[in-house]
Design a binder for this molecule. Structure first.
Ligand code: CP3
Length: 346
């Protein structure tokens, strides 16, 4: 592949001498410059909908660390808001939304075509970034997977076990399926618009995929991801898709093959040697240093980083954390991780 973008080369299946690197939640509260821009914006949602400031926080970790990819600054919950739901964030607690508990709530959602009225500023952020990023830095767009987004829409908040979403799935299957369907269609249009604005790769975050098992996993994690990936491939051939069915466990095996995703992102719990043998055989993998090392640092960070690079060195690999960096992380530990990866193997 004739590109100087190492992320795109890894996604096309190339085995690079040093894996390219970026980090989930790389723009975030662990960075003082993020906290300053967020304060300037007023609150988190105002930051998401302010293209200049959202582009600024996206660029901050690129300037500080020189990551190989930038991820659009936005949130997976902007899509339900664009479908007409109320959304707000409670400081120290997390997101709150109006809820979908019955047919009337579903019927009140806006049609898929209306999402762009709300999401225009996000596309503008992408346009700014595609102008301003360094030539070697890949721009990643993203959306939540239908199941994960549905868990927040049904409960109106984050839930430890996704109980309300499981209850609707088991108690009112037609309504639950209609919701997953609406979200699948909306996600295709949302990611498509990000690509048209300049996103070079898209990532589908299924943070709660691990609470689905067996037929439910196939129907509500794998199948929506397959539909989204296939629709995007038809509309935008050549744009790679990264799937993140977090905590899918053994179901990581075959996920890329079944969905058509170019890469699967591995969570904190996946053993790298197992994943090299069972997942990387199908193509690029991304991951998976445990995020806690960004808090604790030291020799354990160095040892674990080297072990992951080594385990995945025979196939295409993008180095990343297994989940987002947390606000209590030390920015120095991020620098140490990058230095360790780029120092080469061993
Ligand atoms: O990775 C990046 O740097 C890009 C931006 C990004 C954010 N959220 C910014 C954000 C991305 C890709 C997301 C995805 C997201 N949002 C997911 C999927 C990935 C995952 O972490 O599992 C989920 C489940 C959400 C929903 C969400 N947004 C929650 C549950 C919270 C509150 C929890 C928390 O970490 O505070 C958010 C808020 C949020 N999204 C913040 C950021 C930087 C923190 C908000 C703040 O500045 O106060």
């Amino acid at each position: 592949m004739t590109t100087n973008k190492t992320i795109l080369r890894a996604l096309s299946g190339e085995v690079l001498p040093v894996p390219p690197i970026w980090m989930m939640r790389q723009a975030g509260r662990y960075l003082p410059e993020y906290r300053a821009t967020r304060a300037q914006a007023g609150d988190f949602l105002s930051l998401c909908y302010n293209p200049e400031l959202a582009a600024e926080v996206t660029l901050q970790p690129i300037r500080r660390y020189g990551f190989d990819a930038a991820i659009l600054f936005a949130d997976i919950l902007l899509l339900p808001q664009a479908l007409g739901m109320d959304l707000w964030f409670v400081t120290g607690e997390g997101p709150r939304l109006s809820t979908i508990t019955g047919q009337a709530d579903f019927d009140a959602l806006k049609p898929v075509g209306a999402i762009h009225d709300t999401l225009g500023p996000v596309y503008e952020t992408v346009r700014i970034l595609s102008r301003e990023l360094p030539a070697e830095t890949t721009l990643i767009g993203f959306a939540g997977a239908p199941w994960t987004v549905a868990t927040y829409m049904i409960a109106g908040r984050g839930t430890p076990d996704q109980g309300p979403a499981h209850a609707l799935k088991d108690g009112n299957r037609p309504l639950f399926e209609a919701l997953i369907d609406r979200l699948t269609e909306a996600t295709i249009d949302y990611l498509s618009a990000q690509i048209e604005a300049g996103a070079e790769v898209v990532k589908i975050f299924d943070s709660w995929a691990g609470s689905l098992k067996g037929d439910d996993f196939r129907a509500f994690a794998l199948e929506p991801c397959r539909r989204i990936t296939q629709a995007l491939k038809a509309r935008h051939p050549g744009v790679p898709v990264i799937a993140f069915p977090r905590e899918a466990g053994a179901a990581y095996e075959g996920f890329a093959r079944a969905t058509g995703a170019d890469c699967v992102a591995l969570d904190n719990s996946v053993d790298a040697a197992w994943a090299a043998a069972h997942v990387q055989v199908d193509g690029c993998v991304q991951g998976n240093l445990a995020s806690r090392h960004m808090v604790t640092g030291g020799q354990a960070l160095v040892d674990e980083t080297r072990a992951i690079v080594e385990a995945f060195s025979k196939g295409p690999h993008i180095f990343n954390l297994g989940h987002g960096i947390t606000p209590d992380a030390d920015p120095e530990n991020v620098a140490l991780m990058i230095e360790t990866v780029r120092a080469g193997r061993g």
